[in-house]
Write a protein that binds this ligand. Structure first.
Ligand SMILES: Nc1ncnc2c1ncn2[C@@H]1O[C@H](COP(=O)(O)OP(=O)(O)OP(=O)(O)O)[C@@H](O)[C@H]1O
Length: 408
């Protein structure tokens, strides 16, 4: 019996990863060794589709051994559950789309083991943006460029010039808030069933501060975020003050949400229709993707200034979905920032990006932190080279739930 073959394929952002994945999934002859084999796709987009099925149709196809839905799992748990689900159909080949992305060191190792265990019988086609995500057991490493797979040569990862010259545009009518302390939590605890996720969380975020929230996969970062965004009913009855409102004092969801600009990398894969790049940014003034009013002249002007800053002024009428991933991320961050909200939450903003685009993203975030009075909460399991937060809040997992501490 012939040996099962495996590949690493490096695709720098903008080189056409989606097109390559389509080719690999449609049995085109791009990789002759797997031609004719049915391939299954393992990707953030596949995950997003299953989560949408949960939300929209109450269909729960992928669960874990605790019986949890995908929506309630951490990113690491979701990735492991999706792989286990895919393997049940005994595929001959799996196209892995940045499989190790957003995983911490332990999560990466666990998923690698899960993949390698199957490698005797399943061909792995590992499509990645960064070389550090290569499979060690792959037989061949290639690069995708100009629609072709070519042998990988040293350092094909390009560099993007980071050059945000102008100052960030001012808000039109800033959200009025007199509080100095935006988020206050004292001895907060969150449990699901008899499992304690977070305990003794005492934390304050003040106006204009730049925080990173750090912790390994499953430590409870997203859970803690939901306490801040007002989305978690477990916040009731606890000593939490959000933008001056004591939790449970009759505040509405809008009282909280209007103070927050929110961006998460999964928004990149949401089902935006054919909106233009300009439209996407203007919609940030309306807290929705549908524009119900005609944008004002001033909104258009400020949008143009933001577009100029991120180098997309000339492309403003082009469809947002056609932009390379790094620029789509910049647009979505700008969209969350246009109103200069008191708090900007950035959840795993660099996941799926190559080194060049990661540099672009961190430069924009540092700039927003420096030139605005918006507090930033940057959430990630890892340190990002070049990012300059003032403070780091670290969640450390333990048997009895994660505890938080401020890193010196
Ligand atoms: N509604 C829920 N029901 C049961 N368990 C939950 C629920 N929400 C979260 N959890 C569990 O809480 C733990 C922390 O999850 P959370 O998503 O907050 O971690 P995280 O630090 O954001 O992880 P990651 O970096 O992987 O995204 C996980 O083990 C998750 O399964």
């Amino acid at each position: 019996m012939s040996k099962t073959k495996h590949w690493n394929i490096l695709v720098p952002n903008g080189a056409g990863k989606e097109e390559l994945i389509k080719k690999l999934s449609s049995q085109s002859v791009i990789l002759p060794d797997v031609n004719g084999k049915e391939t299954v796709l393992y990707s953030a987009i596949a995950l997003a589709k299953y989560i949408r099925e949960e939300e929209v149709h109450d269909i729960y196809e992928v669960t874990n051994d605790r019986g949890q839905t995908l929506k309630s799992m951490s990113s690491g748990e979701r990735k492991r559950a999706l792989l286990a689900h895919i393997l049940k159909s005994k595929p001959k080949a799996i196209v892995l789309d940045n499989p190790l992305d957003s995983l911490d060191i332990a999560g990466r190792e666990a998923l690698m083991v899960q993949i390698e265990v199957q490698s005797d019988t399943v061909s792995m086609i590992n499509v990645v943006s960064r070389r550090r995500d290569f499979l060690t057991f792959a037989d061949e490493s290639l690069c995708y460029e100009n629609g072709q797979l070519i042998p990988l040569v040293a350092n094909t990862e390009g560099s993007v010039e980071v050059n945000f010259d102008q100052e960030i545009p001012a808000p039109i009518s800033p959200v009025i808030l007199n509080e100095e302390v935006l988020i206050y939590m004292k001895d907060v605890k969150v449990s699901y069933g008899d499992r304690c996720i977070l305990q003794h969380i005492s934390w304050e975020i003040k106006r204009g501060e730049f925080w990173q929230l750090k912790g390994p996969n499953g430590a409870g970062k997203t859970t803690l975020l939901t306490m801040i965004t007002g989305d978690n009913p477990k916040a009731f009855g606890q000593d939490i003050r959000l933008f001056g409102y004591q939790k449970g004092s009759g505040e509405s969801v809008w009282d909280i949400k209007r103070n927050i600009g929110y961006y998460t990398s999964t928004m990149t894969y949401e089902f935006w229709r054919n909106q233009s790049i300009e439209y996407m940014i203007i919609s940030g003034y309306y807290d929705s993707v549908g524009l119900y009013d005609r944008p004002t002249e001033l909104q258009r002007k400020r949008t143009e200034a933001w577009l100029d800053l991120i180098g997309l002024k000339e492309k403003k009428d082009k469809p947002f979905v056609d932009l390379p991933i790094g620029w789509r991320r910049l647009v979505l961050i700008v969209r969350a920032m246009v109103k200069h909200p008191p708090l900007l939450i950035l959840d795993e903003p660099t996941s799926d990006l190559d080194d060049a685009n990661t540099g672009l993203m961190t430069a924009l975030i540092n700039k927003i932190a420096k030139e605005s009075n918006t507090a930033i909460l940057y959430v990630s399991h890892q340190d990002e080279p070049g990012l300059t937060p003032d403070k780091v809040y670290h969640l450390l997992p333990s048997e009895t739930g994660s505890v938080g501490s401020e890193e010196a």
